[in-house]
Design a binder for this molecule. Structure first.
Ligand SMILES: NC(=O)c1ccc[n+]([C@@H]2O[C@H](COP(=O)([O-])OP(=O)(O)OC[C@H]3O[C@@H](n4cnc5c(N)ncnc54)[C@H](OP(=O)(O)O)[C@@H]3O)[C@@H](O)[C@H]2O)c1
Length: 221
């Protein structure tokens, strides 16, 4: 049994992580801005008021968790806003950069005292953050922010290896959640998270710093 902390846990992929981890007997600390009935009904520890962009709320969480070991830190919270070249919105791009890239890095930094040898840091990125895989253009803010997150994850993998902490960059697939307007082409959160948990279980210091699809495929940077 291990302790997992999941950000953005009130819906979508984050909620499903909490559900499946709870079902297999792990301890879960679910953090979110505001909870939902679905999350409350899981019976896991829920920490509300955690906006990952707010230094104050992250410090409050850090203080509450002082001395508490986290085995797996899953940084799942994120946003997707569409930006085309002709309707470029710099504020939207900044917002996505802050939520999707900068905040997960700062959050990891804030939680470092709770991590120790054998802990894992999971950054939920996207295949849209692969430069090689980009064949359709657009989505400037989302793509740029997820590339930046991938780079942060790679540096974290190098910096945290001496402490025995492994890092993974995971793409969940195209998933039917609010982020994708529950696209019929997507897979269910259940299927996605089954694959993601498998990837987390297989993560260690030998493969730290990898970028994987939930289905196990290694993705190109
Ligand atoms: N769905 C896909 O097909 C797909 C594909 C590739 C990557 N991903 C990535 O997977 C992760 C989860 O996506 P999802 O599909 O589950 O999205 P979702 O259903 O839109 O859920 C996003 C979650 O992030 C939270 N969040 C957003 N901004 C936050 C902030 N500032 N502070 C704290 N929480 C915040 C949301 O909380 P609120 O309810 O408070 O807004 C919500 O819990 C994201 O990082 C996303 O980029 C998803």
């Amino acid at each position: 049994m291990a302790t997992y902390l999941v950000t953005g846990a009130n819906r979508g992929i984050g909620l499903e992580y909490c559900k499946q981890l709870r079902e297999r007997g792990d301890d879960v600390i679910a953090t979110c801005r505001s909870s939902t009935k679905e999350l409350d009904d899981l019976g896991v520890r829920v920490e509300v008021g955690i906006d990952i962009t707010s230094g104050e709320s992250v410090v409050n969480l850090k203080n509450k968790l002082s001395g508490f070991k986290i085995d797996v830190l899953i940084q799942n919270a994120g946003i997707l806003e569409r930006n085309s070249l002709f309707e470029l919105d710099p504020e939207s791009i900044r917002r996505q950069f802050e939520i999707n890239a900068l905040s997960p890095l700062c959050f990891t930094r804030a939680m470092l005292n709770n991590l120790s040898e054998g802990s894992k840091v999971i950054l939920m990125t996207s295949r849209m953050g692969s430069i090689k895989d980009n064949s359709s253009g657009g989505s400037y803010g989302y793509r740029m922010s997820k590339v930046a997150l991938c780079m942060a994850g790679k540096s974290l993998a190098i910096d945290l290896k001496p402490n025995g902490i492994a890092v993974a960059l995971l793409h969940p697939g195209l998933v039917k959640t609010g982020m994708t307007s529950f696209t019929p082409q997507g897979i269910t959160p259940e299927k996605s998270v089954q694959g993601l948990i498998r990837r987390i279980d297989l993560l260690d210091l030998a493969n730290t710093g990898g970028f994987w699809h939930a289905n196990g495929e290694t993705l190109p940077w």
